[in-house]
Design a protein around this ligand. Sequence first.
Ligand SMILES: Nc1ncnc2c1ncn2[C@@H]1O[C@H](COP(=O)(O)OP(=O)(O)O)[C@@H](O)[C@H]1O
Ligand SMILES: [Mg+2]
Length: 276
Amino acid sequence: MSMDNNIVVFGKGGIGKSTISSNLSSVYALQGLKVLHVGCDPKHDSTLGLVDGELIETFMDKYTRIFGVRDHAELKPSDLIVKGRLGIDCVEAGGPEPGVGCAGRGISLMLEALQDLGVLKEGGYDARVFDVLGDVVCGGFAAPLRKGFAEKIVIVVSEELMALYAANNIAKSVKTYSSNGVYLAGLVANLKDGKVEREKLERFAEILGTRILEYVPRDPAVRKAEFARKNTVVEMAPKSRFAKSIESLAAKILAVRREDCPIPTPMDDRQFYKGW
Ligand SMILES: Nc1ncnc2c1ncn2[C@@H]1O[C@H](COP(=O)(O)OP(=O)(O)O)[C@@H](O)[C@H]1O
Ligand SMILES: [Mg+2]
């Protein structure tokens, strides 16, 4: 039976979204779930760890190459999806070269194409994991929320103020689009400093009306896996602290229910900067 979890991982650039989301996809796949992993960052590196270090052809490149000559209706899902390790279906939105054009448009186009081809249809996957850049206030980045594709929103933060600022902004979009059925499942604290006081983060989560789902430790195993460009940490170092925390997070995300997630209560900018 399909569980149909649509999970969207948001967060500031460089915070650890691709690392965490690709490891989440691997955990689910290792558990035998059917997984779709969609990279929605123009950096197009979300699926790197899932396809043995290959940069897959992005949707935007395919769009110019195939869609220009063929009608939308003639396309099959396999035209857009690349099979990754562990049987994970991978899609990478891609985007224009830095400084040229709008990356958000690519994300919207990709989601529309995936929808038209039935890839987002209920029952198709047990888990769909979307990895979305979240420090840009741009319609494209909110597309997964706007169209009602998303369901469970997870925001990756660290103890750094700007990461929390981005998270507060993302919570504003979740609030705006909550009538589409999206809800804030919780925050993931990917700490830079292991000794950091957790009270501040707990307080932040409480103000937003949400919770910290998991504290993910800094772990050298992450860098090792990244440099090996082959495996995600949960495969390469399943006993590492990082892998254990992702396993725990993966289970908590599946267990979160809409009823447990009130509409978020983000701060306005004045309140945010004033301190809390
Ligand atoms: N928990 C962690 N421990 C060690 N390194 C990490 C951890 N989380 C992220 N990193 C490193 O931080 C960098 C940015 O992570 P990435 O997942 O690419 O961020 P994002 O996708 O949010 O831009 C990467 O080089 C990654 O290896
Ligand atoms: Mg990334």
